[in-house]
Design a protein around this ligand. Structure first.
Ligand code: RET
Length: 236
């Protein structure tokens, strides 16, 4: 049975956007010799490359399945969660390296993130509306704690960096906070939330715009200035 509907338009735009982003970051990263600076390029290239193949998987009908909730069958793009499980920790790693965070802070952030995506995945596959909302609440709680660490410990650390690095950190952190908070909103309003407010077509468009902004937009801002990255990796 064919599961992918007219929303495939957005999935193809996502595939192309992530592919172009990947190629752009590879192009920019060529010629970077400093191993510490290369880390940012390697991480960001993996983020968009993973998203490109997961979008391709969704657009071609591999990354999609059905979940029965009550007497309703929901179309679930499971490949999103496979994507996010790998790419959200990598995005946080980018930001943590920019801030100069220590291992404990990095582990805390990534731990909370894996917890968030893990419980969010359970929410997506849960069989009753009530349990879906409950798991969504647990996952959103983890997101809020994660953002709290970002605004607290991580921002404090970033303030000890040079002014240029600290300012780039603040820009990326604020972008991340706004975009990441919209994911649970789209999920609960969309088909997964079972309230039937946002149809699958528009939900898919919304996630595509969020994903491109949170990955390609974030990466462009991060890798735009080589001189700022140089400062970030130079011990002061
Ligand atoms: C889910 C549903 C359950 C509640 C919460 C969620 C959060 C998802 C987030 C995803 C971020 C994805 C990014 C992708 C990059 O392209 C799983 C939707 C809190 C925050 C940044």
């Amino acid at each position: 049975m064919e599961l992918v509907g007219p929303e495939s338009l957005w999935l193809w735009i996502g595939t192309i956007g992530m592919t172009l982003g990947t190629l752009y970051f590879i192009g920019r990263g060529r010629g970077v010799r400093d191993p510490k600076m290369q880390e940012f390029y390697i991480i960001t290239i993996f983020v968009t490359a993973i998203a490109a193949v997961m979008y391709f998987a969704m657009a071609t009908g591999f990354g999609v399945t059905e979940v029965v909730v009550g007497d309703e069958a929901l179309t679930i793009y499971w490949a999103r969660y496979a994507d996010w499980a790998f790419t959200t920790p990598l995005l946080l790693l980018d930001l943590a390296l920019l801030a100069g965070a220590n291992r404990n802070t990095i582990a805390t952030l990534i731990g909370l993130d894996v917890f968030m995506i893990g419980t969010g995945t359970i929410a997506t596959f849960a069989a009753t509306p009530g349990t879906r909302i409950a798991w969504w609440g647990i996952s959103t709680g983890a997101l809020l704690v994660l953002l709290y660490v970002l605004v607290g410990t991580l921002s404090e650390k970033a303030r000890t960096q040079s002014p240029e690095v600290a300012s780039l950190f603040t820009t990326l952190r604020n972008l991340l906070i706004v975009l990441w908070l919209l994911y649970p909103v789209v999920w609960i309003l969309g088909t997964e939330g079972t309230f039937g407010i946002l149809p699958l077509y528009w939900e898919t468009a919304a996630f595509m715009v969020l994903d491109l902004s949170a990955k390609v937009g974030f990466g462009v801002l991060l890798l735009r200035s080589r001189s700022v990255l140089e400062r970030a990796v130079t011990p002061t």
